[in-house]
Write a protein that binds this ligand. Sequence first.
Ligand code: ARG
Length: 463
Amino acid sequence: MTHDDKSNLMWGGRFSAGPDAIMEEINASIPFDRKLYAEDIEGSRAHAQMLHDQGILSSDDHASIDAGLRDILTEIERGDFAFSRKLEDIHMNVEARLNDLIGPAAGRLHTARSRNDQVALDFRLWVRARCDAMITDIARLMQVFLDKAQAHADTVMPGFTHLQTAQPVTFGHHCLAYVEMLARDRSRFEDARERMNENPLGAAALAGTGFDIDRHATAAALGFREPTRNSLDTVSDRDFALEFLSACAICATHLSRLAEEIVIWSTPQFDFVRLSDKFSTGSSIMPQKKNPDAAELIRGKVGRISGSLVGLLTVMKGLPLSYSKDMQEDKEGVFDAAETLELCLAAMIGMIGDLHVNEQAMRAAAGSGYSTATDLADWLVREAGLPFRQAHHITGRVVALAEEQGCELADLDLADLQQIDESITEAVYDVLSVDASVASRTSYGGTSPANVREQIDYWRERL
Ligand code: ARG
């Protein structure tokens, strides 16, 4: 090989001088793409095997390439590998080391391949594995919620709209609302995984290759459904990463909403839940405080995850086909989003699992704020045959009376109620309690304890 010491070993043929230090710094991706070492080596081994099976690589060369690649994997895993910024990225770091270990045969590995399909492969394998991890972690959080829902199928709490008391619900139903969100989050990762599960290897630089390669063989070896169908698209597509990020961002948004509820519920004013000591912190100055820091951090970390999505969308917009170096900016945001979401899921699993629910406080709040006013209106429709609008009006007057007397609806005298509408009877008191209210909400998807138990069975069967 004839190249100047200072020019690049891998592509330095037409260069007479090495890069400026700043060029090296802006160009290098090894500080972050070293994370892809296992995928890079797995992909290279599959490629070498295929080249050998196709008669492009001799048995001897294949054997030494494969052994060398396995040694490199061990070196990296042991922490014995010297990554070099001069060698830009993980692909060239591995190939250069292979050259050290086995000599010029190493140069045959890159036959019918380019870093463009190589990086598309490595990154896809990495993102695919993260999809699997998310699918597992989200299912674990769903399980934790199902256990809480089971324990609290009958626990009443106020349901809110506008964060104002609306109607009583069960805490089990509230937990199952998150099970629904998480199930959709999980299916987004499943869908994204299915769509991305095509083999980019063999697209080469952008146009495919004249060598008689077998892309179906490498697809099978690497667990892909099939090879990608268009080489230009293959080396320039990053929408698998965008889909992954958007699934992360939506899931993180759900976790952030939940975290906000935990923050609100754990205030002394609400006192609906108590966080375990394991998932809260104290204040260095105010001894009475127990702060929901983990929940606050989960609420806040959605910022960087959504930021990564917007970042990559912005990198990709306007890029002409096919590969451009801009695309090297695809990785850090994805790495960070994946790590961040996995941490948030783990923290949420711990926090919800350990959460103490204050049933008394929830019950007291559920019964205040005239939360069963709709039940009274519904009773007037059902029992007195009134049109709902008229029933609504009468109920409004009843609420005003309770407000005036400073009591709850169930504490009003029958005589006073009959002054407002004579069709009201003693039987109305049956629907004014919160337990009666939630028990009556049996429409499909409603909050009744019976529904909650059915929905728990539904999800237990599916998980
Ligand atoms: N480090 C590069 C990246 O992450 C690998 C692909 C380089 N391809 C090239 N034509 N320079 O995108």
